[in-house]
Design a protein around this ligand. Sequence first.
Ligand code: AMP
Length: 210
Amino acid sequence: MKLILLGAAGSGKGTMAKKISADFGIPQISTGDLFREIAKEGGKLGEQVQSLMSKGALIPNEITFEVLKARLAKPDCKKGFILDGFPRSLSQAEMLEGVTDIDAVVSIELPFEELEKRLVNRRLCPSCGEIDNTSYAGFTGNCRKCGTKLFQRDDDKPEAIKARLEVYKKDVTPLIDFYGGKVFSVSSAGSPEQTYAPVKTFLSKLEAKA
Ligand code: AMP
């Protein structure tokens, strides 16, 4: 199954991608994660990427598409994949059309005020990738899974959050129309389990049809 996961930052999109990946045996391809790796590696490209990311700005399309194409060419994508964070605009969706056919688009939806609240409080584990939130019961500042000290992403600071959500509203919302009948929308106002249940049912039916 070749899937796209749409959802603004803070919608729980990454968590859904991990669940789908585990249940359906397809890799999660997060362009944000790919760029964070590139930024860590440093060099001219790494520095350019880091500087744009820390402002909440998008990476230019030519760079993004090269990075994505290289990732999709890896053998683990043969059975399918879940795109998380791509496409983020109509032009990126059009570029993707030339490379592969998408089976379905899962759109995770939550009002922007709620997203802002979730993002300012979001904390990540640098070691295992676990996501926590200062407003969750039992929050200690250390990872629940491995005990490592949690950190806040540069682009989870208030100004960057506003910029990212504005960019999302302007550029990603039109994708819902672009993909039309392929879109399955779900609200993430409840728990991750409540959000995931209808998604799993939808994807199981889709898989059975293929
Ligand atoms: P994310 O983890 O999806 O929130 O992405 C973090 C950052 O990576 C974004 O704010 C952008 O700077 C960059 N990025 C991720 N995906 C894309 C994309 N499809 N196009 C351009 N920039 C991207």
